[in-house]
Design a protein around this ligand. Structure first.
Ligand code: HMG
Ligand code: MG
Length: 284
């Protein structure tokens, strides 16, 4: 059976939008429970400004407290040089820069234009390369922007190619507000794929409108084999009002099974970890 990689998002995308303060010990437990499921990659934290996203202010403590399972890479978001240095210090195994295909979202989320973000990312990727850290690139708003509406597939393709040229090993395509359908996600991928091959792409689909699994299916049909998902369906971006969580990890595993793909995760451990994730967000 063909292997599909699920990158677990709950400790980062899942908890960054949480209204209450989640104790650091619970974040560590969530990462450890996710590790026990067998994920190859877990996005564990975010080295962003604590003034912008106070929920992630304890990123260093989280990375210091987890049990590192051999075979799992623990990733962190690093929007700039300051974030990258903190992630190196905290021994992240992988880092991620995050841009947007929409100018309005770029401004709202990282306080700069798309062009300025690329200038900022250059030295981050260069320094990461020097210390041997793989860099993932995210693109938000690959289908639509919460502030400016539909996004042109060509803008996504252009940014994906630029992130790759900067040195990202993979570009994760974020349907930040879950506006996509198999048609619109398919059209976006059809624009991206001539510039960036499927094995360098990942799908990061929020499930606001309940279409994320169908969007994954449309992406599988086009050759993508890496998808971001979140235990308990936790997630959302503080700068994308109204957006719901990432697609639920267990639902993705079930759909993959049905389609004849394998994610290789432990079902009993997934159930336990998802229950714990949901308990951290009682209002979800
Ligand atoms: P800024 O205010 O323009 O930054 O924010 P600045 O460089 O002018 O610095 C201002 C202050 O922030 C300074 O402190 C810096 O030291 C500090 P002061 O001197 O005033 O005391 N600072 C930092 N502190 C800690 N860590 C850092 C850092 N950088 C600056 N890394 C900035 C620019 C990018 C920092 C800010 O806009 C930010 O942190 N944004 C992050 C927003 C965010 O985390 N959003 C959610 C993640 S993205 C997402 O969820 C989408 C995704 O899931 C895909 C999808 O679904 O679409 C990935
Ligand atoms: Mg997201």
């Amino acid at each position: 059976m063909t292997h599909v990689t699920i990158v677990e998002m709950s400790p980062r995308d899942g908890l960054q939008n949480e209204k209450r303060t989640v104790p650091t010990a619970d974040k560590i437990r969530l990462v450890d429970m996710a590790s026990a499921c067998g994920f190859e990659r877990i996005e564990a934290a975010s080295f962003v400004s604590p003034r912008w996203v106070p929920q992630m202010a304890d990123a260093a403590e989280v990375l210091a407290g987890i049990d590192r399972r051999p075979g799992t890479r623990y990733a962190a978001l690093t929007p700039n040089a300051k974030g990258l240095e903190a992630a190196i210090e905290a021994r992240a195994d992988e880092v991620a820069i995050f841009g947007s295909a929409s100018e309005a979202f770029s401004k709202a989320n990282i306080n700069c234009t798309i062009a300025e973000s690329l200038e900022r990312f250059g030295p981050v990727v260069e320094r990461a390369r020097q210390v041997g850290l793989p860099v993932r690139g995210y693109i938000s708003c690959v289908v639509a922007c919460p502030y400016s509406g539909p996004v042109e597939p060509a803008s996504v393709a252009d940014l994906a190619a630029r992130l790759l040229a900067l040195g990202c090993y993979e570009v994760s395509l974020g349907d930040t507000i879950g506006a996509g359908t198999p048609d619109t996600v398919g059209a976006m991928l059809d624009a991206v794929l001539p510039l960036v091959p499927a094995h360098l792409l990942a799908g990061h689909y929020h499930d606001t409108n309940g279409r994320a699994l169908d969007n994954i299916e449309a992406s599988l049909a086009r050759g993508l084999r890496v998808f971001d998902a979140s235990l308990g369906g936790l997630g959302g971006c503080p700068y994308a009002p109204g957006a719901k969580g990432n697609v639920d990890t267990i639902a993705v595993c079930d759909r993959l099974d049905r389609l004849g793909y394998r994610a290789g995760l432990d079902p009993a451990r997934l159930t336990e970890a998802a229950a714990f994730a949901r308990s951290l967000r009682p209002e979800a």
